[in-house]
Design a protein around this ligand. Structure first.
Ligand code: SPV
Ligand code: MG
Length: 437
């Protein structure tokens, strides 16, 4: 028997979209012995790249069936060292891609760990033309299915310290939110999904934020957003309307692939929350609103679709006790999460609510919308146990002054030259549009 066969070769990978590069590495590695894969966990991938298309169990199943792989274990860190020291493989096999860039440090630490017990590093030429980012772009071209999109919000809430959602009022704003990211050391910061805001949807149509757009026009807009994106979406469902209607609408929203509906506990002609008590608006009774939640919950096909109850007690100055009483009732009625809204300039009251709420309901997701208390950092929201942050209207508010100033400049100078330097190059916009090039 070949002496090498009993040796252990460790290969670490994310393997979300399995490609020939993975197979090449495994084929090379198996020449040295039995291959054990350290398959990186979903939460670690989400932190460093983006939410994997396939979850860990699905990726494991595929790799277990690749010839030469004898075992797949979970790698719970980006750093290879803990797996190396636990397994003490004879070899660590890796592509040469980690000699450069951010992965260089991981390579250095892995070599040190291997040396500590006499393990060896083997490196293979990295298969050209492949990168995780290319594959994530491919994923966008491939698209997604309603079910995969729908369930991804719940997965993100389980995996990430905070899920970062941004308002998208049309497909173009959604394309920006889908594609932009900031790279920091080993981390990628990006938006995890979209908020379909009643305020920005209705404002885009020149209508007041009083449930003036019917659900079909809201869903039509979302459908257009879904045509060209893959990330999950939370819909601002205003009051949700009558309970029976809400129950029917849940089915429609779910079928489209929406991940969550947030309904607010107001009644009558709803007005925008940021207007507070300057306009006449009232809270719904706990009983009626709880019933609406239960009917929605009963009506959905599965619990990947989340129904989140939004509490307006602080907005309408009905007090913390009322907010907490309602939170209890809504969770009891089956709400999958709570959004606590506030129009204060600082986050003190929502932090007070969060403290009390999380003491009792540690595992119920809590959502914040820092429109007025916008100095709050995500790290503080995490510290205060919020699970989701929604930037609810910034994309539209950014577009408005830009369009206004452009119009004013053209009027003033009777030409567009002066404003042109502030305008996007047509090519930069077209790059975003799938199918242009
Ligand atoms: C929205 O974006 O429409 C909201 C949040 O409901 S707020 O405008 O703050 O009420
Ligand atoms: Mg709204």
């Amino acid at each position: 028997m070949n002496k090498k066969v009993s040796k252990i070769v460790f290969v670490s990978m994310s393997a979300d979209v399995i490609h020939h590069g993975h197979i090449n590495i495994i084929n090379e590695a198996k020449k040295y012995g039995n291959v054990i894969i350290g398959l990186i966990s979903d939460d670690v991938i989400s932190k460093h790249k983006r939410l994997p298309y396939l979850n860990w169990d699905q990726r494991k199943k595929i790799l277990e069936n690749v010839k030469g792989v004898i075992k797949v274990i979970k790698q719970k860190e980006w750093d290879y060292v803990p797996s190396i020291l636990a397994l003490k493989p004879d070899y660590l096999a890796h592509g040469t891609d980690w000699k450069k860039g951010n992965l260089k440090k991981l390579r250095y630490l892995a070599i040190k760990a291997l040396k500590s017990y006499g393990g060896k590093l083997i490196e293979f030429e990295y298969t050209k033309g492949i990168s995780a980012m290319n594959y994530s772009l491919n994923q966008k071209i491939i698209g997604t299915s309603p079910d995969v999109r729908k369930s991804s919000l719940k997965r993100l809430i389980e995996l990430k310290k905070i899920v970062r959602i941004i308002e998208a009022h049309n497909p173009l704003s959604a394309l920006i939110a889908e594609n932009i990211y900031v790279k920091e050391k080993n981390f990628i910061k990006e938006f995890d999904g979209f908020w379909s805001s009643s305020l920005t949807d209705s404002t885009s149509q020149g209508k007041p934020d009083t449930e003036s757009l019917d659900l079909s026009s809201r869903l039509n807009n979302i459908n257009n957003i879904f045509n060209i994106t893959t990330k999950p979406l939370i819909i601002d469902c205003d009051t949700g309307g009558l309970s029976d209607h809400f129950a029917l609408n849940v089915k429609t929203m779910e079928r489209l692939g929406i991940s969550a509906a947030i309904i607010e506990d107001k009644k009558g002609l709803k007005k925008n929350s940021l207007l507070g008590n300057k306009v006449k608006q009232e809270q719904e009774t706990i009983k009626i609103f709880s019933d609406k939640i239960s009917q929605g919950v009963k009506s959905r096909a599965d619990d990947d679709f989340m129904i989140i109850a939004r509490i307006e007690s602080l907005i309408l100055e009905n007090g913390m006790n009322d907010a907490f009483k309602r939170a209890n009732a809504y969770v009891e009625a089956g709400a999958d999460g709570i959004m606590i809204h506030s129009k204060k300039k600082d986050p003190a009251e929502i932090f007070e609510f969060a403290k009390k709420f999380k003491k009792k309901f540690e595992n119920i997701p809590l959502v914040s919308v820092p429109s007025t208390y916008n100095s709050v950092k995500e790290s503080e929201l995490i510290k205060n146990k919020f699970n989701v942050v929604i930037y609810a209207n910034q994309m539209l508010r950014a577009a408005y002054p830009a369009m206004y100033d452009t119009g004013m400049s053209i009027l003033k100078y009777e030409r567009s030259l002066e404003i042109d330097k502030k305008l996007a190059k047509i090519n930069d916009i077209l790059k975003l549009i799938p199918g242009t090039i």
